[in-house]
Design a protein around this ligand. Sequence first.
Ligand code: 5CA
Length: 440
Amino acid sequence: MRLSRYFLPTIKENPSEAQIVSHRLMLRAGMVRQSAAGIYSWLPLGFKALKKIEQIVREEQNRSGAIELLMPTIQSADLWRESGRYDDYGKEMLRIVDRHEREMLFGPTNEELITDIFRTYVKSYKDLPLNLYHIQWKFRDEVRPRFGVMRGREFLMKDAYSFDIDGKGARAAYNKMFVAYLRTFARMGLKAIPMRADTGPIGGDLSHEFIILADTGESEVYCDASWMEADVLKKDVDFTADLQPLVDEWLSKYAATSEMHDPAKCPVPAERLRKARGIEVGHIFYFGTKYSKPMNAQVAGPDGAPVLVEMGSYGIGVSRLVGALIEASHDEAGIVWPDAVAPFDVALINLRVGDAKCDAACEDLYAKLQKAGKDVLYADTSDSAGAKFATMDLIGLPWQLVVGPRGLANGKVELKRRRTGERVELSVEEALNRLLAPAS
Ligand code: 5CA
């Protein structure tokens, strides 16, 4: 993408409405624009980051055996009456009346809708286990939407729903999601720690929140210092195997939110206990027959007798993750994207647009990098070098490839790693090789 043709409305001044760094940087980098309290438009750069994150979530859901579909944002109130949650959900639910006076709502979650789909089509235990998910916008009329996309009213969630014939199967489904979540967040460069959690309006008796540590987090958490060294991606995972031993291994490391933490019962010695603040990026629930029972979602068991299915639901805050990733990875100059979720891979900076040699070298690099599959933002505008560097540092792409007349006279370009600030002078060939090496 050529910057001269792109839509990147960056802002120099710090926006006064932003209280935390990720919100400030998202506004300054032209990623989002608030359209009403807690409701955002995703501008091109923000949208690209959102899509990158969504894709990692999708790949790990698919790897674990979950199947993607898409349910609507608007739901019928009648379904929610069946589960009893239409009255229980309270003011957080945005209620709508259509032209025929039918009561509708903007979905805050999808347990009812998916259970209705399930009961319509699935009739036999032979079709289980089944885990269906979608990545769809939700609306919750939060009392205090704040911190930008971290606590929005409209937000993008991945929600998966598992159906099993018995508790043992449901536990296996829960374990798959547990491990898929660890992998998902680790692939984004985040350390998300699973913590025993309250189940709130979703219900059930087994639940974990996945929380990343950040000073601006809304939850207070306690965890064993050994979590800091844990490497989730070290082992490959076979999702067809029994994952209980792996889950038990992870759960043997203590971690709890302040609501669940009891100092008297905490097994971690004081010197190894970390108290920190955290951001909830995912939440998984096992709630048995809480929805299948009132909604009569049953299948024929092996002996032909009807059995109510055991269910769980599993959420990831996809749009919240954009903010959470920035909270976890930034410096004074701006965002520092982890490679896997960066909206572009490389910023190609032409220091002297109009100079025939610089232009030609940049065009050549731009074409070659794109041909090799790299997503390049080519700074081909007439802004000053200083302004270009500031913009590129602000938007935080992992690599900056700088082409200027002085270097080119000696056949050199400069490659800067955004995360470390390290700069090296290289030949054009070497720079290309470095950028196209598998690790970059
Ligand atoms: N039905 C279940 C799981 S599918 C559910 O709704 N769980 S939840 O309420 O915990 O939400 C799942 C995830 O969505 C949370 O972990 C959080 O990361 C994200 N989330 C929840 N509320 C908001 C919000 N107001 N703004 C942004 N993200 C949110």
